[in-house]
Write a protein that binds this ligand. Structure first.
Ligand code: GLU
Length: 600
C-alpha cells in the first residue's frame, strides 16, 4: 500500500536551539569550543556532525558564501582534526549530493582500493585467514586513500570555493588546537595499547606518553602543515607527490617500536596505486517508499541496496499503525532478509556482477517479504534469494553468516540557502584505523581492506567480497537523501557503525517517516540491529524494556549492545527553514547548527 505523503512531513516539531559559533580568539590561541546542541533550526544553511568544532567549520564556510559542498568538505577536514580516529585524509568515504537547480541526486564513490598486486589471498597465511586484530594494525590493511580525491572531485563538480579556502578552518583548528573531550580521551584509551606499537602515533596521540587530558588543548601542527600543502598544491601532493611517497613508505614498512614485539605486516602499496586512484561519480540507488524517493549510495557500498531492499520489504506493512512490538518485529525480520541478500550479491561492481537494480525491485522484495510471519521468527542465517529470478517466498540460495566489520567512521550532513544538500560518510574503518600515523604528516592510515572477506563467508558459494587488485572492499556506508515527489528534499541522514550503519539508517528513516518521530527523536530512539545472525543486538533502552520480553515470546533472541551508531541529519521544513539534528547522548552528543538560528 502506498500512502501519498508520509505523515511526518506536515508535522513541525522544533526544539529551541541556541547556537554560537566560534567566538573570535586571539591568533594562535584555541577558539572556545562552540556550544553544542543536538538540534538547531533556522535559515541560511545547516550542518550536523558529531563535533561542534567541525560543524562550526562548515557554518563558517556557509557564512562566507560557500555552498553545501564547500561546507561538507570543510566539516570533513575539521573532523580529520577533532575525530582523527574516525575520519581523515588517510581514509575513504561516500559523498551523496542533491543539486537544487536540477533536482537530482548524484554520488561519489571515494572508497579505498586494494593494491594492484592484491589477490584473493591477501589476508591468508599458509592458506588460513590471519587473525582479524593482527590484520587491523598492519600495512596489509591499508587501502589507497580516497578522501582527498573525493573532496577535490566534489569541489570541482559542485563546489563554489577552492580546496585551499575550505581547508582553512581545519588547518587553523589543527594548528591552534581544540579542547579534548571525554569521547576523544576514551577513544584514545581504547587504542592505547596498539598506539604504543607505533612511535609516530604514540608521540602524536599520547602527548608526553600519557592519555590526553579532558579540557586540555590538543594541537596537530603536522596535520596543519599537511592541509596547507594540500591547499597550496592540490591533492596531487598525495596522489603524485611527497605526501604520497611518505604514505607508500609507511605502508610498506610500518614504523614499529621494536620492543613492542608487534608484527605489523607490511602492505604492498605503490606510487602506481596512488597515481591510478580515482574517486568515481556514479548513479545513486533509488527506492520509492511511502510516496517518497530514497536516494543512497550504490555498490561498492551495500548501503543503498540493503536499506532499499528492507524498505521495499516493509512497504507492505502500515508501520504508522503497527504496535511497537509489531514494528520492531517487522524491522528486525526485514533487516535479516536484506542482509542475507547483501552477503550473497554485493561487492565491487568493477569486479563482480552485482544485480543492484534487481535487488531494489519491489517484485523481489515482495517475494522475500512473504517469508515473514507475525507469530514466529526466521532462523538465521536466512538463505539469500535470487533477485534476477524472483520466486515467491524465495530463499533458494545457500545461507552464509554475515562477515565481521569494524565500527568507527563519522557521518555529516550539510545544506545551504540555495537548497543543496550533502550527506557524506567518511571513514578510516576501525576507531583508530590501522593505528599507523604517517611520520610528520599528522594523520592515521585506514585499515579499510579488512572490510573484505578474508576467506569466503561460505566455501560452497561465490563470495563477491574477496580481495582483488585495485578492488574496493564492500562497505555498509549509507548516506541518504530523501526527496518528495516534486524532487524537493525532505530529509538527509546517515551514520557510522560498520554493518550496523544499515540498520541505523533504516530504523531512523522508518522512525521519522512512519512513526511520526521528529528527526532528533528518530535519531535518539534506542536502536536494534539484526544482520542475519541468531541474535539481534539491542541498546539498553530496548534491552531493558518490556518490549524485549514480548518479542522473546515469539522467538526472538537478543543481546545487549551499549551503543549503536552516531547519526546526523538535516530536514527541510515546510516553511523553507532547515532543521539540523544529531545525537543527544551517543558518543557524548553531536552538534547541529544553522547559519541564522530562528526560533518559533
Ligand atoms: N568500514 C565500514 C564500512 O565501510 C565503516 C566503518 C564504520 O562506519 O564504522 O562499512
Amino acid at each position: 500500500m502506498r500512502r501519498p505523503v508520509a505523515r511526518n512531513l506536515t508535522v513541525l516539531v522544533v526544539s529551541a536551539a541556541v547556537v554560537s559559533v566560534g567566538a573570535a580568539a586571539p591568533p594562535g590561541a584555541p577558539a572556545a569550543t562552540p556550544t553544542k546542541s543536538p538540534v538547531a533550526v533556522g535559515y541560511g544553511g545547516a550542518v550536523a556532525s558529531v563535533d561542534p568544532d567541525a560543524s562550526a567549520a562548515g557554518i563558517e564556510i556557509l557564512k562566507k558564501g560557500g555552498n553545501a559542498v564547500d561546507a561538507a568538505v570543510a566539516t570533513a577536514a575539521a573532523l580529520g582534526v577533532t575525530e582523527p580516529y574516525s575520519a581523515g585524509i588517510g581514509g575513504g568515504g561516500y559523498f551523496v549530493h542533491y543539486d537544487a537547480k536540477s533536482r537530482t541526486v548524484q554520488t561519489i564513490d571515494g572508497r579505498e582500493t586494494a593494491p594492484l598486486t592484491a589477490g584473493s589471498d591477501l589476508f591468508l597465511e599458509n592458506g588460513k585467514p590471519i587473525p582479524f586484530a593482527e590484520a587491523v594494525s598492519s600495512g596489509l590493511a591499508v587501502g589507497t586513500p580516497g578522501t582527498p580525491a573525493t573532496w577535490q572531485k566534489a569541489l570541482d563538480k559542485w563546489g563554489s570555493k577552492g580546496l585551499r579556502s575550505v581547508l582553512r578552518p581545519a588547518e587553523r583548528l589543527a594548528r591552534d588546537g581544540f579542547t579534548v573531550d571525554d569521547t576523544f580521551r576514551a577513544q584514545t584509551a581504547a587504542n592505547e595499547t596498539r598506539f604504543r606499537y607505533f612511535p609516530d602515533t604514540a608521540e602524536l596521540f599520547l602527548p608526553g606518553g600519557e592519555l590526553p587530558v579532558v579540557g586540555s588543548t590538543f594541537k596537530n601542527p603536522d596535520l596543519a602543515r599537511t592541509y596547507a600543502e594540500l591547499g597550496r598544491e592540490g591533492v596531487g601532493a598525495l596522489y603524485r607527490g611527497d605526501i604520497g611517497e611518505d604514505v607508500v613508505a609507511t605502508v610498506n614498512e610500518p614504523p614499529v617500536v621494536p620492543a613492542s614485539g608487534w608484527n605489523a605486516r607490511p602492505g604492498e602499496l605503490s606510487v602506481k596505486d596512488l597515481a591510478a586512484y580515482r574517486a568515481k561519480f556514479q548513479a545513486p540507488t533509488k527506492t520509492a517508499y511511502r510516496g517518497l524517493d530514497v536516494y543512497s549510495i550504490a555498490p561498492s557500498s551495500s548501503g543503498g541496496t540493503t536499506v532499499g531492499e528492507a524498505l521495499n520489504i516493509l512497504e507492505g506493512t502500515d508501520l504508522s499503525k503497527a504496535s511497537d512490538a509489531r514494528y520492531l518485529h517487522r524491522f528486525i525480520e526485514a533487516s535479516r532478509i536484506a542482509f542475507a541478500d547483501r552477503g550473497r550479491w554485493v561487492g565491487d561492481p568493477a569486479f563482480e556482477d552485482v544485480p543492484a537494480k534487481e535487488l531494489l525491485s519491489q517484485r523481489y522484495a515482495d517475494s522475500r517479504a512473504c517469508l515473514i510471519k507475525d507469530d514466529a521468527v526466521l532462523t538465521s542465517p536466512v538463505a539469500p534469494g535470487d533477485p534476477r529470478d524472483p520466486a515467491d517466498c524465495d530463499a533458494r540460495g545457500t545461507a552464509a553468516p554475515t562477515t565481521y566489520e569494524g565500527e568507527s567512521t563519522t557521518h555529516l550532513t550539510t545544506a545551504d540557502k540555495w537548497g543543496n544538500v550533502v550527506s557524506y560518510t567518511l571513514t578510516i574503518e576501525q576507531t583508530g584505523g590501522s593505528g599507523i600515523t604517517v611520520p610528520g604528516r599528522g594523520f592515521i592510515l585506514n585499515n579499510e581492506l579488512t572490510d573484505f572477506s578474508f576467506a569466503p563467508a561460505n566455501p560452497a558459494v561465490h563470495d563477491p567480497n574477496l580481495p582483488g587488485p585495485g578492488k574496493r572492499p564492500r562497505s555498509s556506508i549509507s548516506p541518504t537523501i530523501v526527496l518528495d515527489r516534486h524532487g524537493e528534499p525532505v530529509v538527509a541522514l546517515g551514520s557510522p557503525g560498520g554493518a550496523t550503519i544499515i540498520t541505523t539508517v533504516l530504523q531512523t528513516l522508518t522512525g521519522f517517516v512512519d512513526r511520526g518521530l521528529p528527526l532528533v527523536e528518530a535519531i535518539a530512539a534506542p536502536r536494534a540491529s539484526q544482520r542475519n545472525a541468531a541474535q539481534t543486538e539491542l541498546e539498553p533502552g530496548l534491552y531493558d524494556s518490556a518490549l524485549r520480553t514480548r518479542l522473546e515470546a515469539i522467538g526472538h533472541s537478543f543481546r545487549a549492545n551499549p551503543e549503536i551508531g552516531a547519526a546526523t541529519g538535516v530536514q527541510r521544513l515546510p516553511d523553507g527553514r532547515w532543521l539540523a539534528a544529531a545525537e543527544k547522548t551517543r558518543r557524548g552528543g553531536g552538534s547541529a547548527m544553522v547559519v541564522h538560528p530562528a526560533l518559533r
